[in-house]
Design a protein around this ligand. Structure first.
Ligand SMILES: C[S@@+](CC[C@H](N)C(=O)[O-])C[C@H]1O[C@@H](n2cnc3c(N)ncnc32)[C@H](O)[C@@H]1O
Length: 238
């Protein structure tokens, strides 16, 4: 898988400066602003790559505030590098294309074995002590940054993530988007270095939104004129 090959050098790719880092900054600013009025308890990053965004969030929100952070990605190597960044964030290898629901999400080793006293045989239920919180059924914020174009069924991903967001929660999508000839040429070159992709135009993305979802914020990230359209959406339930 191309993402496994890219994982080691991912944090230093040229695209970091002109696309990925500005995207993370936008998301972080949004989450920090929102957290001041609606404290987030759980954040999920879908297609989290090497975990940079969650790592920035962890540092910005502070480690003691009880915010649970989760990252999933189909690339085992990306997850390995993500896990090296933080032990507190739960990173899991998970391919969203292959699942109908998060109910089958593999939970990281969430138990530790407590050594038993030699003279007292322990009850089986006493041997396991949870060390990590269980995966929440719903999330306050779900992020999907630069990952949706590579999902096999984008409609399914959007529907699933909408179902997994709290009524008062927010879904944040950011991705390259083909809206003109320049975007098309630029992304054709990018695609040769990544996975086969469908870079939805802005209207095509809007058309995939379920009826109970509306756009709260729509934005474009273009730190340099020579970059293609990177479109972003903050979505909420109605
Ligand atoms: C361009 S990277 C983006 C990583 C990170 N979100 C960022 O903004 O830097 C795309 C990531 O999406 C992941 N991905 C693609 N399709 C996926 C799927 N179906 N399920 C989970 N992860 C997926 C890839 O493995 C890859 O790590």
């Amino acid at each position: 898988m191309i993402w496994n090959k890219l994982a080691k050098s991912y944090d230093n790719l040229w695209i970091q400066k002109y696309s990925l880092a500005p995207t993370r900054k936008y998301i972080l600013d949004y989450i920090q602003k929102r957290h001041d009025t609606f404290p987030c308890k759980s954040i999920l990053d879908v297609g989290c790559g090497t975990g940079q965004c969650l790592y920035d969030i962890e540092n910005a929100l502070g480690k003691s505030e009880g915010v649970q952070l989760f990252g999933i990605d189909k690339s085992a190597e990306m997850i390995k590098h993500a896990q090296e960044k933080s032990k507190r964030i739960q990173f899991m290898e998970y391919n969203i294309d292959e699942q109908e629901d998060f109910s089958s999400l593999p939970v990281l080793p969430s138990v530790q074995v407590v050594p038993s006293l030699p003279s007292v045989p322990p009850l089986p239920s006493m041997q396991l002590v949870p060390t990590l919180p269980p995966l929440p059924p719903l999330f306050d914020i779900i992020i999907c940054a630069h990952s949706l174009p590579y999902h096999q069924d984008q409609q399914k991903t959007i529907d699933l993530l909408a179902r997994k967001t709290h009524n008062e929660g927010r879904l944040i999508f950011v991705h390259a988007s083909i809206n003109n000839f320049f975007d098309k040429c630029f992304m054709a070159i990018v695609e040769t270095t990544a996975e086969k992709a469908n870079y939805l135009s802005i209207p095509d993305f809007r058309n995939l939104l379920p009826e109970n979802i509306e756009i709260e914020e729509e934005f474009i990230i273009r730190p340099k004129k020579f970059m293609p359209t990177i479109s972003g959406f903050v979505l909420k339930k109605i």
